[in-house]
Design a binder for this molecule. Structure first.
Ligand code: AMP
Length: 531
């Protein structure tokens, strides 16, 4: 008998299973691994769950509900159409849809599940979750804490005791837990959070920013009707997601408003740094919550062995940077932050029904990927160095970009030479291809910025795109078979530690100089193209 693991989230939910020793998240008919935790009825009375329900949320809030998890364990009633529902009844609809999803993929009936809840959930909230499972036709084998599940996904075979900070920033909620893991036992020492803080707030801040930009561009306001604002909010979320992997991103929304008889469009570019300014104060609050949790656990930052990131919003680079700086160590990655709770729950379900489970395997890039660039060293500016854009052992799929500038006055072309390898000298690595960006406007050295974007997909295909900032000129290179390797999360941790040790033991001026400058991407110049 198979048992599934379910992450029943405030914004999104997932279902995962162990099969043949491997754990995986199960997709819906649309191929999506994530099911938005949203329920509604269409205008003809058809039940909608997930993305379909979410789509009608702005237009038909009286027939749609989201974030029901905030009400679990209370007798708050939600009216959907002509009927009232208790929170656990709405949750049961989501769980039923996940059960159905699993049955469709696996071709068999599923009757048992492990379901996760936040560490701070009270008994009443846990009981309501269990009841929801039972209404959905699932025997709930166990209710486990979300940070515990996340830790399980990372720590399957670890027998040492580790103290871990689990930082969970989702769509609508934030919590941080300090846990201690020994083998299969996870103890929650302290947990703090804010169940009104998450990615939705970042979307709203960006939405207001777009409203301002529109006003500046056209001298009139974006219409204040629900449909237009909903469109803007969706555009803001997409912009936010794009800015996680790009230094700049463009929003294009046609016919957003009008002035007299003229239709007005919003077309604007937003820099990641502008977005970061908007969200920094909110992220600062999350750092304070970490400190409170550490104090409650009687621990200090340097007692922590590992930081695990959970929740879609932890994909934002600034989130990772601020945590790393605050706690003095880089968070562990390897498992997708929005899936690791479901994976951990499935592992626990597998263990409970006696499945033998291997470590979670993740696809990583075996060699660093980057371009040749000129960097500052102790001996002056040196061309031909290898500027890493995606470091070795990054988990696939991955997108990263760096911004480079021109080295000389009136430089009118740059050569983008792509390499794979670990040597600080570009030429010593494996060349993957090159292309040229030409006709750059004549400008003083350093004032033309070119964003170089690397996109590495699940099939091992690397797409390199360059965008010249002022003219928006683009260039592209596609490299097939750039290679993928499978590592377990423990092998990955070891491989990364080995690589770090290698760098730390190498004291040579050139190498440490390069390493430092690679971290400050803005001061790297593109080598001019010379025919
Ligand atoms: P979760 O509740 O963990 O599924 O997280 C959902 C939140 O993560 C939503 O606010 C999403 O907009 C956000 N999110 C998902 N992917 C990204 C990304 N690549 N960058 C920034 N936020 C993201």
């Amino acid at each position: 008998m198979k048992a599934v693991g379910i992450d029943l989230g405030t914004t999104n939910s997932e279902v995962a299973i162990v099969e043949n020793g491997q754990v995986r998240v199960l997709p819906g008919e649309d191929g999506d691994l994530i099911l938005p935790s949203c329920v509604g009825f269409s205008d003809t009375g058809k039940l909608l769950v997930g993305r379909e329900a979410l789509r009608q949320y702005a237009a038909a809030p009286e027939r749609t509900v989201k974030s029901i998890k905030r009400w679990m364990g209370t007798d708050h009633k939600t009216t959907l159409g002509d009927k009232e529902y208790l929170p656990h009844e709405v949750s049961a609809i989501i769980l039923r849809a996940l059960k159905q999803r699993a049955e469709n993929v696996l071709g068999e009936t599923i009757t048992q599940a492990v379901i996760t809840v936040p560490a701070y959930f009270t008994d009443a909230q846990r009981q309501a979750t269990k009841t929801a499972g039972e209404i959905a036709g699932l025997e709930v084998l166990q209710i486990i804490n979300e940070p515990t599940a996340a830790a399980l996904a990372y720590d399957l075979r670890s027998q040492e005791t580790e103290k871990v900070v689990v930082y969970d920033l989702g769509g609508g909620t934030f919590d941080v837990s300090v846990v201690e893991i020994t083998g299969e036992v996870t103890e929650v020492f302290a947990s703090h959070g804010n169940n009104r803080l998450g990615g939705d707030d970042f979307d709203r801040l960006l939405q207001l920013h777009l409203v301002d930009l529109f006003r500046k561009q056209h001298g009139v306001d974006v219409p204040d009707d629900a449909a237009t604002q909903a469109r803007l909010l969706r555009a803001a979320e997409q912009l936010k997601i794009d800015l996680s992997s790009h230094a700049f991103a463009t929003v294009r929304e046609a016919f957003l408003g009008s002035k007299g008889k003229t239709a007005l469009h919003l077309e604007t570019e937003v820099a990641r740094t502008d977005f970061e300014k908007l969200i920094r104060p909110l992220l600062q609050e999350t750092l304070e919550a970490i400190d409170r949790a550490l104090t409650d656990a009687n621990l200090e930052a340097n007692d922590i062995d590992r930081i695990i990131l959970v929740g879609g919003s932890t994909r934002i680079p600034l989130v990772q940077e601020m945590i790393a700086k605050h706690l003095g160590q880089t968070p562990t990655d390897g498992i997708q932050p929005d899936l690791c709770v479901a994976l951990g729950a499935a592992l626990q379900a597998g263990v409970l029904v006696g499945e033998s489970v291997d470590a979670i395997l993740v696809d990583v890039i075996p060699h660093s990927l980057g371009i040749a660039a000129a960097v500052p060293t102790a001996m002056g500016i040196m061309p031909g160095y290898f500027s890493v854009i995606i470091p070795r052992n990054s988990v696939v799929p991955v997108s990263r970009s760096h911004v480079y500038s021109t080295l000389f006055d009136e430089q009118n072309a740059v050569e983008i030479e792509v390499f794979q390898g670990e040597n600080a000298i570009a030429e010593e690595n494996v060349p993957l291809g090159s292309f040229r960006v030409e006709n750059l406007p004549p400008q003083p050295a350093g004032s033309i910025q070119v964003e170089v974007h690397f996109d590495f997909d699940l099939n091992g295909i690397l797409t390199v795109t360059t965008t010249e900032k002022s003219k928006g000129q683009q260039g592209t290179l596609i490299v097939n078979n750039a290679g993928i390797q499978k590592l377990s999360s423990h092998e990955l941790k070891q491989a990364r530690a080995d690589l770090e040790a290698l760098f730390e033991s190498d004291e040579s001026v050139a190498r440490s100089g390069v390493k430092r400058s690679i971290r400050t991407a803005v001061s790297i110049w593109l080598t001019p193209y010379s025919a």
